[in-house]
Write a protein that binds this ligand. Structure first.
Ligand code: SAM
Ligand code: SF4
Length: 327
């Protein structure tokens, strides 16, 4: 389907839970966040209804996200269902974004179900700093999960959120580590999605700054690598590493955005950075399929031209955090 600006929308990110076993400070600043009630979370049947309808409308890539998607109890059943869609060639790719804590348990099964590429979030390779930024997470456990995923032949992209006065001194080391492990890497600018106790300006490290730091050590060559996401990739010959930069703040990529998002309580957002949304729940019932399709068509068609993130002002998106919308 095309939206009203002629963009082909073929990619959905579905958040299957707003819960998480970590509390990254820039994502879930409240240690005891307000989660959706259990009965508000989409059941497996409702997830299937939404997926089916979106596939009918031309969605070809499905990324499962959260919260932490792998803490959802019936997550494998949902992957199993989507895996059938892959086999039937109704979708091209089944993707996952995870914090890595549960990969020891799930990587093998995911690989068997046709997941080929996963994104793993990692903002520091220093145990104490990792524990600080995630509010209690264990780097050791995540590394163990990552290594297991590698053994299961999953292709891994590391996502690192650039955080001022936190990890600019680790940029080079993270690159070297990704190179050593044959991972791809993306650096991401922090977005004002939800208000945090410290201002977003104090967290914000633009990708231009990261590139400056890298260019003191390594040459970055333009390259044509494209992934399913908005990363602008370069090749670092010295490390034999593809490194991407996602710059929602300093250089937005809305003109080429092909994505929509569904939250774990059944709200569809045509744009992460816009509060316009539609509650799909009234249409997730037997006999309502035509209405569901028609609502989804409208949502896709009316995707806004661009987001209005401003890093230097109080967030326009105050109460919706990334664990709700899904990254
Ligand atoms: N729990 C999983 C994980 O951490 O990968 C999936 C959900 S998480 C919300 C998805 C991605 O969003 C992570 O890479 C995370 O670092 C990123 N993220 C969260 N809050 C963000 C923010 N305010 N700005 C930029 N990226 C953010
Ligand atoms: Fe959890 Fe991912 Fe948010 Fe961190 S970024 S708190 S791992 S949902």
């Amino acid at each position: 389907m095309l939206d009203s600006f002629g963009r082909k929308i073929d990619y959905v990110r579905i958040s299957v839970t707003d819960r998480c076993d970590l509390r990254c400070k820039y994502c879930m600043p409240n240690v005891n966040p307000h989660f959706f009630k259990k009965d508000e979370i989409l059941s497996l049947d409702k997830l299937k209804l939404i997926s089916e309808a979106l596939i009918e409308l031309g969605i070809k890539k499905i990324r499962i996200t959260g919260g932490e998607p792998l803490v959802r109890k019936d997550i494998l059943q949902y992957f199993q269902y989507l895996s059938e869609k892959l086999k039937e060639k109704m979708i091209d790719e089944l993707l996952l974004t995870t914090n890595g804590t549960q990969l020891k348990k799930y990587a093998k099964k995911l690989s068997q179900l046709g997941v080929k590429r996963i994104n793993i979030s990692l903002d520091s390779l220093i145990g104490e700093k990792f524990n600080f930024i995630t509010n209690g997470g264990s780097l050791e456990k995540v590394i163990e999960g990552i290594e297991h995923a590698k053994e299961c032949n999953l292709s891994i992209k590391i996502n690192t959120v650039l955080l001022k006065n936190f990890n600019e001194d680790e940029i080079i080391n993270i690159m070297k580590w990704c190179s050593k492990n044959s991972f791809t890497l993306s650096f991401i600018e922090v977005m004002p999605v939800g208000d945090t106790p410290s201002s977003r300006v104090s967290q914000y490290l633009p990708v231009t700054k990261a590139k400056e730091i890298i260019k003191k050590e390594f040459e970055l060559q333009d390259c044509s690598l494209k992934s399913s996401g908005p990363s602008n990739y370069y090749f670092c010959k010295k490390l034999n590493l593809f490194v991407g930069f996602i710059s929602p703040i300093s250089e937005h990529f809305c003109l080429t955005c092909n994505r929509i998002r569904v939250t774990s309580n059944g709200i569809i957002y045509p744009c992460l950075g816009d509060n316009n949304s539609v509650d799909l729940n009234p249409f997730l019932k037997e006999g309502k399929n035509q209405e569901l399709l028609s609502i989804l068509k409208n949502v896709i068609y009316s995707k806004p031209e661009k987001h209005y993130f401003r890093i230097d002002e109080k967030s326009y998106i105050k109460k919706r955090f990334m664990n709700t919308t899904g990254g």
